[in-house]
Write a protein that binds this ligand. Structure first.
Ligand SMILES: [Cu+2]
Length: 143
């Protein structure tokens, strides 16, 4: 047993510099809400984000900070679009994306020509102190 413990310790020490990617689970439309939860996350490059679509028919689509609604089909350049995910009739689709940079990404639902977005259905990946989620939400409600 002593030998085996030494072997495991050596393997773990050898692997110390490696960092493990994290997954961030985001619920979309929980309890029939027009909301993402949580509303912001701060992942690192290589981490993944899984959008779990729980009710209705929504998307998670990247858009601009200043003029969020509606997000463009396909998302903004360098972003992503889950497409419309139908959670009606007991479906519970999920879509996972991988974080490839540390830049802020502004996300909203593009359903109903931006109506969900203007209701505040928004989400931020790596917002900053100068570009906050709160300001993004205010921009969405006003756009
Ligand atoms: Cu929606």
């Amino acid at each position: 047993m002593r030998f085996a413990t030494s072997m495991i310790s050596a393997i773990m020490l050898g692997a110390a510099p490696m960092t493990l990617a994290a997954n961030f689970a985001v619920s979309v439309g929980a309890g029939n809400s027009f909301a993402f939860s949580p509303t912001e996350i701060h992942p690192n490059v290589g981490d993944t984000v899984t959008f779990n679509f729980l009710t209705r028919n929504h998307s998670a689509t990247t858009t601009t900070f200043t003029n969020p609604c509606p997000p463009p089909a396909g998302g903004v350049a360098g972003g992503f679009d889950t497409g419309f995910q139908n959670a009606v009739n007991g479906n519970a689709p999920s879509v996972t994306i991988t974080i490839t940079d540390t830049a802020p990404h502004w996300v909203a639902c593009r359903q109903a020509a931006g109506a969900h977005c203007r209701m505040g259905m928004t989400f931020a990946i790596n917002p900053t102190t100068s570009q906050t989620y709160a300001q993004f939400l205010a921009n969405a409600r006003a756009s």
